[in-house]
Design a protein around this ligand. Structure first.
Ligand code: PEP
Length: 250
């Protein structure tokens, strides 16, 4: 079975009710021919998921969240569980984004527990991994990503997982790895996913590239072997940019 590409937009801590007009524009531009080629989802702040549901899903655009708690419920003030996200209409949740790892001290163990919680709630986790600039310059990119995959993926996943390779130094900087570096990393990532999950499961797992994906570089990056789509930050805020990235698959 060929892997269906996925282009996911991560709005981070951006967006108000007025921003739902962008979701509406995405849904309108996502025509039947493009739907056959690529799956599209938007991960707005949790405040907007329920509000975006109707306009997004009527147009075939899926919804995801940006994080979840590892527990199902309880005394965790300010947190949101995977089950709650599912309840308001999310079908995906990003876990282990480098901004969560850096700003909230999330370790691989925590990310793995969040991914497991997502799966339990019926969400598909998008598990993020990626090396820092210092790690790449030290020649440690592959070993760091290998360790993150080993530590962050639940071994006995009862459902499907998406992995996003996002070099930290490429996020929001306008810098990207070369297509050859992306190819090397994605091939390696698939081998590591297989080592972790076994049973040929890695063949059906989509590995997204993320980090300064723009309309101009999307065709080249999305054409790299083992790249099954993109996780897009800044360029997902405007329908015109996000849809131009998705067009790489038309
Ligand atoms: C991200 O934060 O997941 C990301 C890829 O950001 P950007 O596209 O802005 O680099």
């Amino acid at each position: 079975m060929p892997r269906r590409p996925l282009v996911a937009g991560n709005w981070k801590m951006n967006g108000f009710i007025a921003s739902l007009a962008e979701v509406a524009a995405m849904a309108t531009a996502y025509d039947a021919a493009l739907k056959r080629k690529v799956e599209l989802i938007i991960c707005p702040p949790a405040t907007l998921i329920g509000l975006a549901l109707e306009v997004a899903t009527q147009g075939g655009v899926g919804l995801g969240a940006q994080d979840c708690h590892l527990s199902e419920s309880g005394a965790h003030t300010g947190d949101i569980s995977a089950k709650m996200l599912k309840d308001v209409g999310a079908s995906y949740v990003i876990v282990g984004h480098s901004e969560r790892r850096a700003e909230h001290g999330e370790t691989d163990r925590i990310v793995q527990a969040k991914a497991a919680a997502a799966l339990c709630a019926g969400l598909t986790p998008i598990v993020c991994v990626g090396e820092t600039r210092a790690e790449r310059e030290a020649g440690a990119a592959l070993s760091i990503v290998g360790r993150q995959i080993e530590g962050s993926l639940p071994a006995d996943a009862p459902g499907t997982i998406v992995v996003a390779y996002e070099p930290v130094w490429a996020i929001g900087t306008g810098l990207t790895p070369t297509p050859a570096d992306v190819a090397e990393m994605h091939k390696f990532a698939r081998e590591q996913i297989e080592a972790r999950l076994g049973g040929g499961k890695s063949e059906s797992i989509r590995i997204l590239y993320g980090g300064s994906v723009k309309p101009a570089n999307a065709p080249e990056l999305m054409a790299v072997e083992n790249v099954d789509g993109a996780l897009v930050g800044g360029a997902s805020l405007k329908a015109i940019d996000f849809m131009a990235i998705a067009e790489a698959y038309r």
